[in-house]
Ligand binder design. Sequence first.
Ligand SMILES: Cc1cc2nc3c(=O)[nH]c(=O)nc-3n(C[C@H](O)[C@H](O)[C@H](O)COP(=O)(O)OP(=O)(O)OC[C@H]3O[C@@H](n4cnc5c(N)ncnc54)[C@H](O)[C@@H]3O)c2cc1C
Length: 267
Amino acid sequence: MSGTGETEPDMALADGPEATEPDMALADRPEATGPDMALGPGPRTRVRRQPQRGRYDRDTIHGILDEGMVCHLGFCVDSRPVVVPTAYARDGDHIYLHGALANDALRSAITSGPVCITVTLVDAVILARSAFHHSFNYRSVVAFGTATEISDPSDKHRALLRLVDHAVPGRNSDARPPSDAELRATRVVRFDIDEASAKVRTGGPMEEPEDLGLDVWAGQIPLHLVAGTPVADEPTGVPAAIPDYVAAYRRPPRHDGREPACAPGTG
Ligand SMILES: Cc1cc2nc3c(=O)[nH]c(=O)nc-3n(C[C@H](O)[C@H](O)[C@H](O)COP(=O)(O)OP(=O)(O)OC[C@H]3O[C@@H](n4cnc5c(N)ncnc54)[C@H](O)[C@@H]3O)c2cc1C
């Protein structure tokens, strides 16, 4: 999909001309959530493009981080930018990452200075009557901070359990914990969020008034991450009972029956 050939830099696919709309009322602005509860905005995180989509409160940012499965870790090596996808888990305002000792991205993230982590959830494809106004509904987080290595074995252990729990809540009660040798072979990194923003697009297509009468289907196609049927690994030929957290696996995970803090927008 693409916009018109004359697309201006600020008229691109998912962040289109809604910027011409008046801003939200002051009381609706993210700052209204209060500085005590917010991780931004700061000099790096104030959403300037489509500012009405910016969110800075912990509930929204934590909710997106908890629902995502993969983050993108960005850092600079010799002034060259590198972005690497990797698993993660949140703990308060920290994000845990892990990898082999030889993992170059993690080593660089620790030594190269400031680090940026992003997480993206795509909630819908937005079909407008014009090619130009096609878009996505999404929830995303951009977080700036620093990465440090966790060396203390018990802290490493806790972070690794958190990573497993993020991917499969409940799994730690069954899986063999990491051995000392496995802990030693694993680099565990803690990213401390200094400042973060979320950006959330919801709703249907924006349209030019003159396009509304066109005989063209328009609307949104919701997208969900759906777990397939689990496939057992049975090397001994003796099947293990399938745990509830496998049989009922879903994203976003259901913790204590609560829905995620920031549910996908439907309009
Ligand atoms: C799935 C998806 C598809 C997208 N497709 C496009 C596209 O095709 N074209 C396009 O122009 N834009 C697209 N966007 C929006 C894009 O992420 C940027 O927000 C947008 O390009 C504006 O960039 P900017 O540098 O001008 O933002 P600015 O508003 O100048 O950025 C300032 C600060 O705002 C925050 N911020 C900006 N964007 C985000 C974000 N997405 N999430 C959290 N914080 C943010 C960051 O802290 C950033 O440092 C897409 C976003 C998503 C999630």
